[in-house]
Design a protein around this ligand. Sequence first.
Ligand code: AMP
Ligand code: GLY
Length: 434
Amino acid sequence: MKILLVGSGGREHAIALKLKAAPTPVELFAAPGSDAIGDLGTCLPFPVEDVKGISAWASEHRPDLTLIGPEGPLVAGLADALRAQGLTVFGHDASTARLEGSKSFAKDFMKRHGIPCAASVSVSDLHNGEAIISTWNHGYPIVLKADGLAAGKGVVLATTQDEALDTLRSFLNGQFGEASKTVLLEAPLFGMELSLHVLVDVDDNHARFVVLPACQDHKRIFDGDKGPNTGGMGAFGPIPFLKAEDISQLRDELVAPTVRGLKKDGMKANGVLFLGVMWTPEGPKLLEYNCRFGDPETQVMMQLLNEDLPQLLLEVAEGRLDRERVKLHPGCAITVVLAAEGYPGAPKKGVPIEVGTPAVTVIHAGTQKVNGQWVTNGGRVMNLSTHAGSLASARERLLEGFESVHWPGMQYRTDIGLRALHHAQAGKTVRDPW
Ligand code: AMP
Ligand code: GLY
């Protein structure tokens, strides 16, 4: 199967490794890919936002399947451009990707379809927004969200009225350009956050979905959830204390109304939806939709899936997803991000990396090969991923991997999954305080 993979990060390298390990033989092309992905296939000189360049290449070379990793090209209409040429795509059209591309659009969708979520109001006028903040009675922090894509930096949890007003002003003043000319003011939700990925296949005639294992990301840079936010420092899944009935509740209250809503609104979907969920004392509530696989959640998912990935993706892309579940390896998977010195600020690039032969999977997220030597080339540089019978043993196995990868200034968290492990070991459920 000839597959075009759009993207270049850890998520895409993990997918590329899984595709190449599948029973179905895969000829892999990547736009733009990375040096590590280049070891598995052919990299094409198109950045992800080059919709024209990628579609021109695809039109000529006719991949059997294109998988679009990041949200940018989905929101920009790459899937539409490829489908218009009769190509098969795993990834949403721009009209469905708007669920991630516009937070106020997503919120209207949630409200219209009765999906539990935080109270919110959307503002584009400064005076109106200031008045709302001055009389805010939904509690603190006030959550301010730039409406459009802001590279994961468009959400601020303001703990004081002054901070909320300052944030509102800089957003509306164009801190993120057009993306922050509309701002969502949202009530805070408290509880346990989780990432729920759902394969979706929706058209005018059917609305099908398969829920993938619930994962948990760790957004802060330091152990104990301290320090600034990052793109994600590690993840694990499934969450050991989530029971079958909890998953059913997520399915019934969040996923099923979403998928029915897509069909009702005439929004086609052939790809993945990633629901950011807060499990509050009142039950699960939806924080946001992403129209793509999560990073680093995908690295976890690729460890867990016991499927011929090219065929599974093709089922979704061709609109013939007709099954209750996917096959999974038993147990638990974990991924830890190895980040560069300086991250999440300006990462130090060009630092040589020593890589031995660890017993865990090494995923490249921001590396480059210079004269045969791997060097750092981004904030999140590498991921170590593994899978074992339980979360505790997966954590232990992963720790062994750390001995094999090193560079000066390498940062990583040692507590990925630890809070959940303690919660489970104490016999607590998702209904106990987190
Ligand atoms: P988003 O991009 O909407 O996922 O927001 C980024 C992060 O902000 C989420 O992963 C949550 O940790 C946090 N967040 C977003 N909305 C809320 C909310 N209403 N209450 C509390 N935390 C939130
Ligand atoms: N891990 C969070 C995200 O991919 O948005």
